[in-house]
Design a protein around this ligand. Sequence first.
Ligand code: NAP
Length: 283
Amino acid sequence: MNIAILGLGLMGRAIAQRIAGFGLTVRGYNRSPITDGPVGVVVSHTLDEAVAPAHIIWVMLADFAACEAVLLAEENQPLWRNRLVINGATISPDQSRTLAHAIHTLGGRYLEAPVLGSTPQAETGTLQILLGGDAADIKRAESILQALGTPTHFGEVGQGAAVKLAMNQLIGSLTAAFSMSVGLVQREGVDITQFMETLRASALYAPTFDKKLQKMLDRDFASANFPLKHLLKDLQLFTTAAESRQINTQMVHSLTDILTHATTTGASDADYSALFAEIVPPQ
Ligand code: NAP
């Protein structure tokens, strides 16, 4: 089977390399030229070159604007006919439905497949893949999905995207809540080890706390797998989607204000746990 991966950013590279490791023929395309492509992946210089031999296209672009720019540009529209486009980007349910409609109109198939997990999970094939679309298309993509992790079919296009935003809202809210608590105990001179032991033994513990604790204690937010700018994008998508369903998102608005401020101080590409530095500024 021939696969094209569109977008060789942090996640696209890892996904391309993982799929190629499973013996599938993978071509990658990136808007900005790439010199050091992922292992086992042929990097094409043009979109047409990457897509022409492919049966399935995996899209791993930054956001809806990027998906629109690549998928819906007039000169690219004939490319999707008779091809299955699987969109792994995190976009909103409405945005995903818009793309699905457009691809179907152009004679192609569209499957929504946002993923839970980051580059380490992509590299080891342990992503959770949140599917929205037709069962027949999922069957067609079975070998790719199995290479990448555990797929769950939630229902129609839009429903996988909704689950992804629901999960990423938790990433932001849990990280912010944990940051405030760590900040208080630190500044009251409480032993952080004792605090964590108490937290771990309680019903309030989430494993993500331990994953991010050391970065917060060291105030070292480099080497991002999931950059802060993408968390901000996802929380903005969450508020729009949730408000359209009459859900009070006041709390997430505060969080997006904090994240927006972080982007003005150079933290856009930092790990999203840099949220801690905004909530507990250095003294
Ligand atoms: P990234 O490293 O920022 O890569 C973004 C990709 O999108 C790059 O290939 C970039 O190309 C391309 N792009 C951006 N704007 C474009 C445009 N207008 N036209 C064409 N290409 C464009 O992002 P990532 O971390 O791989 O994330 C990709 C998607 O997966 C996002 O939706 C993100 O929310 C989601 N996601 C990320 C993670 C994670 O841990 N990183 C986890 C789950 C889901 P250039 O190189 O030319 O800029």
